[in-house]
Write a protein that binds this ligand. Structure first.
Ligand SMILES: Nc1nc2c(c(=O)[nH]1)N[C@H]1C(S)=C(S)[C@@H](COP(=O)(O)OP(=O)(O)OC[C@H]3O[C@@H](n4cnc5c(=O)[nH]c(N)nc54)[C@H](O)[C@@H]3O)O[C@H]1N2
Ligand SMILES: Nc1nc2c(c(=O)[nH]1)N[C@H]1C(S)=C(S)[C@@H](COP(=O)(O)OP(=O)(O)OC[C@H]3O[C@@H](n4cnc5c(=O)[nH]c(N)nc54)[C@H](O)[C@@H]3O)O[C@H]1N2
Ligand code: SF4
Ligand SMILES: [Mo]
Length: 717
């Protein structure tokens, strides 16, 4: 253990043994108690006082020490010895690493412009906003994240334009929901984006009615009063049909709609032909069940909707999100106890430094010419369009991308269309990767930086994400090797490059955000661990909704201004039994990917023995009838193939999936297999998915769920 505890001089807590913090191994923010002895983390427990988890931790949280002290942690910077991807590395000092990065970035910026440097990151971690912040300080408008157009931000951006705010579930109030609708969401396993799986479990204690919309019979679907087993990728049609029923049968909240929504008649007109019978053909859900679901949801108050990432991973993502969000809206389940609520904003605006990006540079953001809700005026925080970034790496068009700075993303496993991603990364002049572990992606870098994990750094978290009703301090309790937090790395790079901004200490930024939110300094928040803001409902009654009309915009004036359809509509997925029957002859099954498992976070944690024991191999779900036709038995390996590629996962045969559908897990690589590939081409779901057009017109979303595939029995790998 001594190599881990190398350097404790930094530690202001030396001598103290019990500190409060917040787990950030997923998006959730479970309060923790960190037991530290002589600079070593000896125990992590759930904080019984935290309103988010009340003392509990999930299997990933329980494995925190295993993560922090894993022998494969990256502990010092390294430079690659040979050709890109050769798998040979040499330890270097932080000084050498940062100087070299600073010099290379400066040269590339001078020769090709700052826009040819792309900042990359992964899903909502502590440092996600710092990645764009450093990019903006450097002068590049280009930063990207595989979740942005495909996860959470479609819900955020569409909600900001529709509601003027982002709705979250009222899990910490005193009124439990009487009905919960889980739409494309399995929060018992995933831990919702920015709430915690414990809140979700607790919300079941009062025995609400349950509706589940999911192609798989999940834990919740089994217990549901109504489970709608839809065809993957057709959520838009289902939502429109539910709106149709609510409006035709006049079971919506008339008073709320009259006073607080804009464009109801236009919506009614838009959905008038989207009958349950129309939707049955598209979605495979019985018309009678669609009617039942609409009536059940509308007849109970408070009804709560828990929506998930599954509605965001098709090229009709934004209109799907909009349609789904209108169900709570027209039933008046908005900002009342037990329903969707709007946050108290306990954390002030993050200084993203976007003001450093000129109008001309903003226009150069890759994708800005098309996807205004991802890259431009309709985006909360504009990001670049990933397929366009990759094209710029490969082809130098519309301009060359020469450098990619990856801070916490396993690009080869989590971007769609992994083969094309690989081809793109191999064309780079310069790539840096900061991670906790060596990954197949990090192996392609020129320089690798050892990142600090959450117990090794100071940050703040506001939960639920964006709402920030509870503000928590995450504090550094240990130092591992030479690891540095991503935030510190950015500050050091900015100083070395003599940039005008992003140079102040990290704590100054935390103070700025906290003071604007809860009026407190980080050092004070650390002492108490978290701060729960007294909640107020129905804030819209004071000043209206923060939209141009002051109402919930069913007809979106901002969409209209941007040249997009102001009303939701259905779009058949671009590859499906309906839109491409020719392809379906060879690839007859519908494929969905990435349903979360409780033991791993996306591509992470396969190294942790305790978690890996629970899921040693990747599982693909298949119905017994389909498996029988292929001669596949439970536990057999099976090939899953699309037009893009072929992978092998183990068959899990069960009745909980439609005979026409296959589900594969995502994020798989095998840290135990030989470098530099670590088996990333064997079971990785994104060898099957597509990042090719068409994209969502507003958001640029590509296609991860509802594709076409075929399967056959495979030999053991
Ligand atoms: N086919 C398919 N693909 C998908 C999805 C799907 O459902 N199906 N889901 C998509 C979604 S919703 C998302 S959000 C993305 C997620 O995509 P990613 O964010 O790329 O996924 P992760 O595996 O969670 O994280 C990537 C890396 O971050 C490292 N890491 C963890 N903590 C830190 C840290 O503090 N600092 C640094 N520097 N590194 C750290 C981990 O070790 C890991 O290697 O995947 C997307 N890809
Ligand atoms: N333990 C753990 N927690 C996680 C993660 C993790 O990897 N592990 N990942 C984090 C991330 S990045 C995210 S985005 C969230 C995601 O968490 P969730 O939003 O819960 O999303 P998933 O579990 O990916 O998918 C939810 C459900 O959607 C269903 N589904 C698949 N295709 C469709 C479809 O076309 N329509 C509908 N209606 N349903 C469909 C799947 O069967 C699955 O049960 O979880 C986060 N939390
Ligand atoms: S749910 Fe998320 S935040 Fe809570 S213990 Fe598990 S990994 Fe940590
Ligand atoms: Mo995500």
């Amino acid at each position: 253990m001594d190599s881990f505890a190398d350097n404790n001089a930094w530690n202001p807590n030396l001598g103290k043994t019990v500190l409060k913090s917040v787990c950030r191994s997923c998006h959730g923010g479970c309060g923790t108690i960190m037991h530290v002895k002589n600079g070593e983390l000896v125990r992590v427990e759930g904080d019984p006082d935290s309103p988010l988890n009340k003392g509990r931790l999930c299997p990933i949280g329980v494995a925190t020490k295993d993560l922090v002290y894993h022998r494969d942690r990256l502990k010092y910077p390294m430079r690659r010895k040979g050709e890109r991807g050769c798998g040979e590395w040499k330890r270097i000092s932080w000084d050498d690493a940062l100087n070299e990065i600073a010099e290379k970035l400066q040269n590339i910026k001078d020769e090709f412009g700052a826009e040819s440097i792309v900042m990359g990151t992964g899903t909502g971690r502590h440092h996600i906003r710092w990645v764009s912040r450093f990019g903006h300080a450097l002068g590049t408008p280009n930063w990207c994240e595989p979740g942005f157009a495909q996860c959470f931000h479609p819900r955020i951006n569409a909600s900001l334009l529709t509601f003027g705010d982002f709705p979250v579930c009222d899990f910490t109030g005193n009124t439990p929901a009487e009905l919960i609708l889980y739409w494309g969401h399995n929060p018992i396993h995933s831990g919702p984006d920015g709430e915690t799986r414990f809140n979700v479990r607790d919300s079941l204690a009062s025995k609400p009615k349950i509706i589940v919309i999911d192609p798989r019979e999940t834990f919740l679907a089994k217990r549901a009063d109504l489970w709608l087993q839809l065809r993957p990728g057709t959520d838009d049609a289902l939502a429109l049909a539910m709106l149709n029923v609510m409006i035709k049968d006049e079971i919506y909240d008339k008073e709320f709609v009259r006073e607080w929504t804009y464009g109801f008649d236009a919506l009614a007109n838009r959905v008038k032909d989207n009958t349950p019978e129309w939707a049955e053909e598209i979605t495979w859900v019985k018309a009678a069940d669609i009617r039942k679901a609409a009536h059940l949801f509308a007849s109970i108050k408070p009804s709560l909707m828990e929506w998930g990432v599954a509605i965001e991973q098709t090229p009709n993502c934004i209109q799907t999100v909009r349609a789904v969000s209108m169900l709570p809206a027209i039933t008046g389940n908005i900002d009342i106890p037990g329903a969707w609520i709007f946050g108290m904003g306990g954390i002030g605006r993050f200084p993203s430094l976007i003001e450093n990006i000129s109008e001309e540079m903003n226009a150069k953001r890759l994708g800005a010419d098309r996807f205004k809700m991802l890259c431009g005026e309709g985006a909360d925080l504009p990001a670049a369009h990933i397929p366009t970034v990759l094209q710029a790496m490969r082809e130098g068009k519309p301009y060359p991308v020469k450098a990619f700075m990856v801070f916490g993303n396993n690009t080869l496993t989590t971007y769609g269309n992994s083969s094309q991603v690989y081809e793109s990364l191999m064309k780079l002049d310069f790539m840096v990767c900061a991670d906790l572990f060596m990954t197949p992606t990090a192996e392609l870098a020129d320089i690798i930086l050892p990142a600090a994990a959450w117990p090794e750094l100071d940050q703040i978290a506001g939960l639920p994400t964006r709402a920030a009703n509870v503000v928590l301090a995450q504090q550094k309790v240990v130092q591992i090797g030479e690891c540095k937090s991503d935030e510190e790395i950015f500050v050091e790079l900015a100083r070395r490059m003599n940039l005008d901004c992003c140079r102040e200490p990290v704590e100054d930024v935390l103070d700025e955000q906290l003071e604007a939110g809860i009026g407190m300094k980080f050092s004070d928040l650390k002492k108490i661990g978290f701060f729960k803001i007294p909640f107020r409902y129905q804030k819209f009654r004071e000043n209206g909704f923060k939209t141009p009309t002051g109402k919930i915009e069913l007809f979106s004036t901002r969409f209209q201004e941007m040249g997009y359809d102001p009303l939701p509509s259905y779009e058949e997925p671009p590859e499906s039994p309906v839109s491409t029957p020719d392809i379906a002859k060879d690839f007859p099954l519908v494929l969905t990917t990435g349903g979360r498992i409780p033991f791993f976070f996306n591509s992470e944690h396969r190294q942790l023995k305790r978690l890996r024991k629970a899921r040693p191999d990747p599982l693909a779900e298949i119905h017994p009838d389909t498996a029988k036709q292929m001669g596949i038995k439970d536990g057999d390996w099976m090939w899953i193939e699309t037009r893009r590629g072929k992978i092998r996962q183990k068959a899990k045969i069960w009745n909980g999936i439609d005979p026409r559908v296959i589900h594969v897990e995502h994020g798989w690589w095998f840290p135990e297999k030989p470098a530099p590939e670590y088996g990333v081409w064997e079971s990785n779901a994104n060898l099957l998915t597509s990042n090719l057009p068409p994209y969502d017109p507003q958001m640029g979303t590509y296609h991860l769920r509802g594709l076409l595939c075929r399967v056959e029995k495979a030999e053991r790998p």
